[in-house]
Unconditional design. Structure first.
Length: 121
């Protein structure tokens, strides 16, 4: 989903950023859901010419470390793409009703996103 510059700047501390020299090549955000010790992974992206190089794995490692530091018991992601990647990395597909209540209210049914959860160890 597109994010405008203001939204990114407002939530920059949520993001894990990976650079190649001075060029941003991958990022992912982790937002506190303020409910049930859960965090939401969002805006996970890898530059097109850097895909399939393991950067998404690096992002996940950093996101999990951040989630542990912030004492989240679970993280989740909504996605239309890469469902196999989430399953391969230990996520379990879940239902809308498994999301935090506040997040359920903002769920966009038109996008038909898959929902994946992972426990934070």
């Amino acid at each position: 989903m597109p994010r405008d510059r203001h939204e990114i700047e407002q939530h920059i501390d949520d993001f894990v950023l990976l650079f190649d020299n001075d060029r941003l090549i991958a990022c992912a955000g982790l937002k506190d859901c303020q409910e049930g010790a859960m965090g939401e992974i969002y805006s996970l992206a890898v530059a097109q010419n850097s895909q399939n190089t393991g950067l998404s794995n690096q992002l996940l490692t950093k996101i999990l470390a951040q989630a542990k530091q912030r004492q989240f018991s679970k993280i989740f992601a909504l996605t239309k793409f890469g469902t196999d990647w989430f399953i391969k990395h230990g996520f379990t597909q879940m239902q809308i009703t498994d999301l935090p209540i506040k997040r359920q209210q903002y769920f966009n049914h038109d996008r038909n996103s898959s929902i994946f959860f992972k426990k934070v160890d």
